[in-house]
Design a protein around this ligand. Structure first.
Ligand code: GRF
Length: 230
C-alpha cells in the first residue's frame, strides 16, 4: 500500500489531458499523491485508449451505466473527466461526491452546459466576442458543467483567433491546471465542503496571472494600458 489515491480517468477523445496527468505524476516520482489506475473510454478507437495502452495502464470501454461497477471493482478514490462526453449518472456523482472532477475549456459558468463541448465551446467564445477565455477545473455534480469550481486560469482571445487556435492555447493551460488540481485533491488541499463550497483550490494556481491584481494601482494601470497599445 502506497497511500496514494487511485485515480480513474474518463476520456473519449485524443487523451492529451490524460497524457499530461500521466507525465506530471511520472515527473513527481515518489512525491506524487495519486496514481492513474484505470482509463475509461466511451469507444474503443480513441487516442486516450492508445495513450493508456502505451503507458501500460488498465483500460475499459464503458457506457455510463457501467461506470459505478467499474469504479468499485478498481477501488477508485478519484474520478477525473477529461473529454468524456456522455452524461455521468447520478449514482456516480453521488457516490464520488467531492472526489469527481472535470476540466472544461472555458471560464465557467460561461460557455458551458449541454452541447458546449470541444470546438463548439471556442466557437461560442468567439461568437460572443469575449476577450478572455480560459480553463476551469470543477467538481462534478448532477448538473452539467455547474459543479463547484476548484481552479481557473485565464487565456487571452486574440483578434485573429480561430476556434482551433484558441482551443490549442486553452489546451496548453488545461494540461498545466488539471494535473495540479488532481494532486491537490489527492493531498487533501482541495475539499468540497458540506455547504457545497470549495476549500482550498484557487491558491494552488495563484501565480503570475493573479499577482497583477495585488499590485498598486499605477502598476495595474500601466499593465491595462498595454492591453490597448497599438
Ligand atoms: C479538453 O478540451 C477538455 O477540456 C474537454 O475535452 C477536451 C479533451 O481533450 N472536456 P483531450 O482528449 O484531453 O486531448
Amino acid at each position: 500500500m502506497t497511500g496514494r489515491k487511485r485515480v480513474a480517468v474518463l476520456a473519449s477523445g485524443g487523451g492529451s489531458n490524460l497524457q499530461a496527468l500521466i507525465d506530471h505524476l511520472a515527473a513527481r516520482g515518489d512525491d506524487r499523491m495519486s496514481d492513474v489506475v484505470l482509463v475509461v473510454s466511451g469507444r474503443e478507437d480513441t487516442g486516450a485508449i492508445a495513450r493508456a495502452t502505451r503507458a501500460a495502464l488498465p483500460v475499459a470501454v464503458s457506457a455510463p451505466d457501467g461506470l459505478a461497477g467499474l469504479f468499485v471493482g478498481h477501488a477508485i478514490d478519484i474520478v477525473v473527466l477529461a473529454g468524456y462526453l456522455a452524461f455521468v449518472p447520478d449514482e456516480v456523482t453521488r457516490k464520488w461526491a467531492g472526489r469527481i472532477i472535470n476540466v472544461h475549456p472555458a471560464l465557467l459558468p460561461s460557455f458551458g452546459g449541454h452541447g458546449l463541448y470541444g470546438l463548439r465551446v471556442h466557437r461560442a467564445v468567439l461568437a460572443a466576442g469575449a476577450r478572455v477565455s480560459g480553463a476551469t477545473v470543477h467538481f462534478v455534480d448532477a448538473e452539467y458543467d455547474r459543479g463547484p469550481i476548484i481552479a481557473q486560469w485565464p487565456v487571452p482571445v486574440g483578434a485573429d483567433d480561430s476556434a482551433e487556435s484558441l482551443a490549442a492555447r486553452v489546451l496548453r493551460v488545461e494540461h498545466l491546471l488539471l494535473p495540479r488540481a488532481v494532486e491537490a485533491l489527492a493531498r487533501g488541499d482541495v475539499v468540497l465542503g458540506a455547504d457545497g463550497r470549495v476549500r482550498g483550490g484557487q491558491s494552488i494556481e495563484a501565480g503570475e496571472a493573479f499577482s497583477i491584481l495585488t499590485t498598486d494601482d499605477a502598476t495595474l494601470g500601466t499593465a491595462i494600458d498595454a492591453l490597448f497599445a497599438r
